[in-house]
Ligand binder design. Structure first.
Ligand SMILES: C[S@@+](CC[C@H](N)C(=O)[O-])C[C@H]1O[C@@H](n2cnc3c(N)ncnc32)[C@H](O)[C@@H]1O
Ligand code: SF4
Length: 473
């Protein structure tokens, strides 16, 4: 691929701009911490959580609550070696079809329990690969949703799309079913990077997926990129992102590759010596961010970039940006309800996670009307205050920790432990804490936000972080 001229300029700029002192400080703090799509993080959820507790949370939701629904489709035809998602590899459709049937039963059970008392503002299909669902099954699932739930007129209906599966007919099916936002898994366009991760997906495949979706009338796009993949360089990533910009998406996600081979065996197929170290990862992220910002995208949270005229940019300005298991969200719902194996639900009182075992899921959905829960967590003690501080930091990079703490009725003395943990970051200029309690992480130090946020995590044990989480930078 020839290097587009903008990419060359961005590359030269990226090489010449940067603060080596800041970089060294950030790298010195790099450690394994949660991604804080929830607080407490999912490993804290308890097994054998009482289903009756979860059903009482559902029944207690006030009439007219705003719901965000999530459907997990845990199938892919081919395994990407970097994949950290919960998925099974299959080339057969029978298990997907059976699963679609179970999903519809689960939706119907939840719908009957909720008695149409709430309003759906978001519906998100993720996975795995939702694009594995044949059109007929996708339409049936959507029909079931509409039969049991009332949707807001402006509800966002989004699908995570593997561009390799997209065609004109599937795009038409999505448009006719009300899908109005697509997230495309791109990751990178470099041949060597993509061959190493077992995902050959040339530019023209993604281009034609976008064309099909646009022709069907779906115009809102996010592109997922990952930095820190094997053999990725600043130059190769810059070039790939320049190609991505030609597709004119309205949002980008630039995720740090979460390498957890002790948890995900497929990641062991990636040669360790092909992975960029944390100094290189720092450069990759900052270069990617620079390319996007120069192209007119505004940074959101730690890894998203959106056009200025975008719901997420408006939410950021209004201070209402939220973060949940699907990443950043422009409208914080009253409850998030997950359907399918491993899906996590979030209620005002805590979390509930569906079983990850296919057989248990099938048994629960076929033989009971209760949600197929395997784990859960009930907020306790200072959880809600810590959760709010962490979420605001992850969304806005600033929060008044004293205000949050006292609003939740806690004694400021208990915040001192967190402030002690914060002190080195403040001393090194990676965080600013003013005398009123306003804590800010400067935008150029955003790669430490997860680590700064972890100062408020009551459950983060130094001994187990390496085994549970990915590195922050
Ligand atoms: C469920 S996949 C998207 C849909 C479809 N399966 C695909 O890959 O095109 C969700 C996204 O998670 C991100 N992802 C997966 N594994 C990751 C990892 N180990 N580290 C960081 N991001 C990862 C990728 O960017 C991917 O696009
Ligand atoms: S990245 Fe997407 S397509 Fe690849 S294995 Fe994971 S879920 Fe499947």
């Amino acid at each position: 691929m020839p290097i587009p001229i903008n990419g060359l300029i961005a590359y030269i700029l990226a090489m010449s701009i940067g603060n080596p002192d800041l970089k060294q400080k950030i790298l010195a703090y790099d450690r394994a911490v949660p991604r804080y799509t929830s607080y407490p993080a999912a490993p804290l959820f308890q097994a054998d959580f009482p289903i009756s507790t979860v059903t009482s949370w559902i029944d207690d939701l006030p009439q007219g609550s705003k719901l965000s629904l999530y459907v997990h489709i845990p199938f892919c035809p081919k395994l990407c070696h970097y994949c950290g998602c919960f998925t099974h590899i299959t080339s057969r459709y029978a298990p997907v079809e059976d699963y679609a049937h179970l999903i519809r039963r689960e939706i119907a059970s939840m719908g009957r329990r909720m008695q149409n008392r709430h309003i759906v503002t978001h519906l998100h299909f993720g996975g795995g690969s939702p694009t594995m669902l044949h059109e007929q099954d996708f339409r049936l699932i959507m029909d079931t949703f509409h039969e049991f739930f009332a949707f807001d007129d402006d509800a966002e209906i989004a699908v995570e799309v593997d561009p390799r599966h997209m065609n004109a007919s599937l795009a038409q099916c999505y448009a006719e079913s009300g899908v109005n936002r697509i997230s495309l898994g791109v990751q990178d366009f470099d041949d060597k990077v993509m061959e190493t991760v077992n995902r050959v997906q040339p530019f023209d495949v993604v281009y034609s997926a976008v064309q099909n979706l646009r022709s069907a009338g779906i115009t809102k796009f996010n592109l997922d990129f990952i930095y820190g993949l094997p053999y990725q360089t600043v130059r190769s990533l810059t070039r790939s992102m320049d190609y991505a910009l030609l597709l004119k998406p309205d949002r980008f996600a630039l995720y740090g590759y979460a390498h957890v081979p002790w948890k995900k065996k497929n990641m062991r197929l990636i040669p360790e010596d092909s992975l960029p170290g944390n100094a290189a990862r720092y450069d990759l992220f900052n270069t990617g961010a620079q390319v996007l910002e120069e192209a007119g995208f505004r940074p959101i949270g730690i890894d998203h970039f959106v056009k200025n005229v975008d719901d997420m940019a408006e939410a950021q300005d209004a201070g209402t940006l939220g973060r949940n298991f699907q990443g950043y969200t422009n409208v914080a719902p009253d409850a998030l309800i997950g359907f399918g194996v491993s899906a996590i639900s979030q209620y005002p009182q805590g979390f509930a996670q569906n079983t990850t075992a296919s057989h248990d899921y099938q048994e629960a959905v076929l033989h009971s009307d209760a949600p197929p829960i395997a784990k859960g967590y009930s907020y306790q003690g200072q959880d809600l205050a810590r959760k709010e501080i962490i979420e605001r930091l992850m969304c806005d990079l600033h929060v008044n920790i004293r205000d949050v703490w006292t609003r939740h009725g806690h004694d400021l003395e208990h915040l001192e432990v967190c402030q002690t943990l914060l002190a080195p970051f403040v001393k090194d200029g990676l965080a600013i804490l003013d005398q009123n309690g306003l804590l800010t992480v400067p935008r150029e130090a955003r790669q430490v936000v997860r680590i700064v946020a972890s100062c408020f995590d009551e459950y983060l044990l130094p001994i187990d972080t390496e085994q549970r989480h990915s590195m922050a930078v």
